[in-house]
Design a binder for this molecule. Structure first.
Ligand SMILES: Nc1ncnc2c1ncn2[C@@H]1O[C@H](COP(=O)(O)OP(=O)(O)O)[C@@H](O)[C@H]1O
Ligand SMILES: [Mg+2]
Length: 282
């Protein structure tokens, strides 16, 4: 491998995007162009333009109600956009369903934990893997050899993924019995089970204590490095966002008010105003 820096190659993306240097000579994994959605009379997101490099850790921040989760819901087709285009690995996702974009490579976690509490940790991970398991309903009902082959692979894969977070020994525990921090980690493992090329994390550190948050930061970087995937995260914990994100996009009232590196964002007067302002005098 050569350490030579790429010459001034630019990706054809809207001007203010910053893709990490190691990704600049590749096409972005995700491009959102002029994305928007209205709920009745309310414009929740408008003119959302963003590109994410293939191995980038990117952040989406903004005050409560800014439209961050709505962006995730648009990217994952929980909502169909009113306006705009979403390209995943160059392919237009218009008209696709949530399951289809998941198979195309987008996986997510939710702001509020959504696990099957009464199923085991391992089964929760396997549910995430269903899109990569091929044996059909009939072979699983009849327990055909192809079912057992895939079941064995799924078991090994689930343990391998759990071991990323040192959770392999919890495989048989009920998901609902895990402490809060471990449930949040399990959600990430389950999302990874679908083999994503882009992982969306909605407030992964919410409710975590500082040491859990610090560990989570290391794990997010480890996931990126191990799987060489892109990660877009929504987070209020600024130590996490500024510590690991390479590009940050700030939303306020559904509009992007700033994009840039952590240093640029921290020094941006618009951003400071959006966070400190909040309608209150400070
Ligand atoms: N399904 C929906 N119907 C109507 N309004 C919605 C819907 N989903 C989100 N909104 C509105 O969109 C705005 C952005 O919400 P959200 O994306 O959850 O914000 P954030 O995640 O940044 O806190 C809010 O005003 C919210 O009430
Ligand atoms: Mg939200």
């Amino acid at each position: 491998m050569s350490n030579k820096r790429p010459e001034t190659k630019l990706v054809p993306v809207p001007s203010v995007n910053k893709i990490p240097e190691r990704d600049v000579d590749k096409s972005p994994i995700l491009e959102a162009q002029h994305l928007g959605i209205d709920f009745g009379g309310l414009t929740a997101v408008n003119e959302f333009n963003m590109a994410i490099g293939r191995t980038e850790i990117a952040g989406l921040i903004g005050p409560n109600g800014a439209g961050k989760t709505t962006v995730f819901n648009l990217l994952t087709k929980v909502y169909q956009p009113t306006r705009g285009t979403i390209l995943l690995d160059g392919l237009d996702t218009a008209g696709k369903t949530t399951a289809q974009v998941n198979r195309m490579g987008i996986a997510r976690t939710f702001q509020n934990i959504r696990l099957f509490d009464n199923l085991s940790v391992e089964d929760n991970v396997k549910i995430g893997m269903h899109n990569t398991i091929h044996s059909g309903m009939l072979s699983s009902v009849l327990r055909l050899p192809s079912y057992w082959r895939e079941e064995k692979i799924a078991h090994q894969r689930a343990l391998e993924l759990l071991s990323l977070f040192d959770m392999q020994d919890l495989a048989n525990a009920k998901a609902g019995s895990l402490p809060y921090g471990a449930q949040r980690r399990l959600e990430i493992v389950r999302a990874l089970g679908t083999n994503p090329s882009l992982l969306l994390l909605d407030e992964p550190a919410a409710g975590m204590n500082p040491s859990e948050t610090a560990e989570l930061m290391e794990n997010i970087v480890k996931i990126r490095d191990t799987f060489q995937i892109a990660i877009l995260l929504i987070e209020h914990d600024m130590s996490l966002v500024m510590g690991i994100c390479e590009g940050i996009c700030v939303l306020n009232f559904g509009q992007i008010i700033a994009k840039g590196t952590p240093t640029e964002i921290q020094n941006n007067p618009e951003v400071i105003k959006a966070y400190l302002g909040n309608g209150k005098e400070v």
